[in-house]
Design a binder for this molecule. Structure first.
Ligand code: CTP
Ligand code: CA
Length: 228
């Protein structure tokens, strides 16, 4: 009995995926982070690998094993993630699933901050580089297909449309991350896929799915586009 060969619609394609949160140090023992588990990004990397792609996954700190056959680079901060992403170029398809911390601490303590009678330490925040926007706006090495996520807790579609335009990416997977949805850290996701069709933005609303099913649906949609 010979097992039928898996269809490998992304054979020969290089795919880059970011995943997980980033950790932004406050001092040697503390950091700022968010509730991202990395599950959605890891599932996308695994699905792209199964579809035959050569996949590099750049992940912040998560409690997940390397997906089989995927090159995994583990990073801590947003700036490290950006450097690793730049080093992985060129690629055919870049998918930015990481929940990058928007701010880092400018006045990071070299030593553990101590309680003093002077009160609480003032944390100065500065904005992190926008990894997705940086890559989407590259003149030379911009991947032909750049895909982002839009994590929103209100005005989902309007915010996602604005994000698509602002970031210069081709597609956005918009998801409601309000606490009641359980998306952050959970196993399911409800996606609205926004794609640019010339000057128009097309919105496809998918039913609630597991993060693995979302990954498979996204890879199938990429394969359909790649075939054209
Ligand atoms: N992203 C990124 N680098 C950042 C911030 C976000 O690469 N510094 C990417 C995320 O991986 C995601 C997309 O940009 O694909 C949107 O992230 P999101 O947090 O929803 O958007 P922001 O532009 O940070 O806007 P806000 O958090 O204010 O809604
Ligand atoms: Ca953000």
């Amino acid at each position: 009995f010979v097992r039928p060969a898996q269809p490998r619609p992304l054979a020969g394609k290089r795919v880059l995926v970011t995943a997980g949160p980033t950790h932004e140090p406050i001092d040697p023992v503390r950091y700022i982070a968010n509730r991202s588990s990395g599950k959605q990004g890891f599932a996308i990397a695994a699905a792209a690998q199964t579809a035959g792609a050569d996949v590099t996954l750049i992940s912040g700190p998560v409690d997940l094993d390397d997906p089989k056959g995927v090159t995994v680079r583990r990073v801590e901060s947003a700036r490290e993630m950006l450097h690793r992403v730049e080093a992985a170029l060129p690629v055919d398809i870049a998918i930015f699933a990481a929940a990058v911390a928007d701010w880092r601490v400018a006045n990071e303590g070299e030593q553990k901050l101590k309680k003093t009678s002077a009160g609480m330490p003032p944390l100065q925040l500065v904005e992190n580089p926008d990894i997705l926007a940086t890559i989407a706006k590259l003149a030379d090495k911009r991947p032909p297909l750049v895909i982002g996520f839009a994590a929103e807790t209100e005005h989902l579609i309007d915010n996602a449309k604005a994000k698509l335009a602002r970031k210069g990416c081709d597609w956005i997977l918009a998801n409601d991350v309000s606490p009641a949805t359980g998306v952050m850290g959970g196993d399911r996701n409800t996606i609205h896929l926004l794609t640019r069709e010339g000057a128009e933005i097309n919105v496809d609303s998918w039913p609630v799915m597991t993060k693995e099913q979302v990954a498979a649906a996204l890879v199938a949609r990429i394969a359909k586009t790649a075939e054209k």
